[in-house]
Design a protein around this ligand. Structure first.
Ligand SMILES: NC(=O)c1ccc[n+]([C@@H]2O[C@H](COP(=O)([O-])OP(=O)(O)OC[C@H]3O[C@@H](n4cnc5c(N)ncnc54)[C@H](OP(=O)(O)O)[C@@H]3O)[C@@H](O)[C@H]2O)c1
Length: 288
């Protein structure tokens, strides 16, 4: 296997966006402006560009993609960044994406699209609910976005990947997929489904030089844990594992660290199967 040269490759990053507080300015760099928190897709795109790759960034919200593109360009003025608004649950939209990406470089994928950024309405944005309060359709809604979304993308890009010398596919999943906890009926079950979908893909595609990796973060500082209802649910979960975050706050990984993990999967001479990461101080258990 020859070494990976990022300068000859392009990475498609899905799930690129950010959260902003109501009174935050709609301008300014998303990576360092007050009241704005980039998500993992944005952080992955920045680190991938810093590593020398060209990128295609995608999600449904063009306004956010444009702001992330401008923000990355401020750090790396020479960056080659293509913006392609796409709905990954719509095969026609994904087909348009496939045909709009230049074929001058081989293409890798970091799949970071998920459901926590307004894809569904929950009181205070909190999916960590007791079973008696769990909406009946929440588990399948989240499952649909992450599992069907990945399948739609993979099926559309397989012909491209099969023509390449090799391909790296990195899926940002979650520690929730490999460990259960109370209040996790929807989120843990959806991410457990994604975990096995990714493992199946990995086994199926490796013989075709398509190397699939999974990155499983614990809590990440994307703004997801900012609503009081989410914080109090996670404080309660932490207590079940012997941790008290009521005074200290919930330990969270900076999104940039997940970008670094994705770059390692993209560039390593090894086929990295999975990276499991929690913030220092977050309960680090694997099994239940
Ligand atoms: N935040 C955490 O602490 C954490 C921890 C562990 C794992 N995770 C998981 O890691 C992944 C990334 O999480 P995140 O918090 O960085 O991002 P996120 O807030 O879940 O955002 C996901 C992104 O996916 C996009 N998206 C959703 N549905 C889409 C669709 N149908 N088509 C295209 N794009 C779509 C959203 O943008 P648009 O709405 O503009 O389309 C958004 O940019 C998720 O699967 C999440 O569950 C998160």
């Amino acid at each position: 296997m020859s070494p990976i040269d990022p300068l000859t490759r392009r990475v498609l990053v899905t799930g690129v966006g950010y959260r902003e507080e109501d009174d935050a300015s709609s301008e300014g760099n998303v990576f360092d402006s007050p009241g704005v928190k980039p998500n993992m897709g944005s952080a992955v795109a920045l680190q991938v560009v810093r590593a020398g790759y060209a990128v295609v960034i995608t999600a449904r919200t063009e306004r956010k993609l444009d702001r992330v593109r401008q923000s990355i360009s401020q750090y790396v003025p020479s960056a080659e960044i293509i913006v392609r608004p796409t709905n990954i649950l719509d095969p026609d939209s994904v087909e348009r994406l496939v045909h709009s990406i230049p074929s001058d470089r081989e293409l890798d994928l970091v799949q970071s699209a998920g459901l926590s950024a307004g894809g569904y309405e929950l009181p205070d944005g909190n999916p960590y609910l007791p079973v008696d309060k769990m909406p009946l359709d929440l588990p399948t809604l989240e499952f649909n976005t992450v599992v069907k979304g990945l399948l739609t993308i993979v099926k559309a890009f397989l012909p491209t990947w099969r023509r390449q010398s090799e391909t790296r596919v990195v899926v940002i999943s979650s520690m929730s997929g490999i460990r259960a906890y109370p209040l996790g009926y929807a989120h843990a079950s959806a991410k457990a489904g994604l975990h096995h979908a990714v493992r199946s893909l990995c086994l199926e595609l490796a013989k075709e030089r398509i190397y699939v990796s999974e990155v499983n973060p614990g809590a990440v500082n994307t703004g997801f844990y900012d609503p009081p209802s989410v914080r109090s649910a996670v404080v309660s979960i932490g207590r079940d594992f012997g941790y008290d975050y009521s005074e200290t706050g919930i330990p969270q990984i900076p999104p940039i660290s997940i970008g670094d993990a994705a770059v390692l999967c993209l560039t390593s001479a090894a086929h990295i199967l999975s990276i499991n990461a929690v913030a220092r101080g977050q309960f680090p258990h694997h099994g239940a």
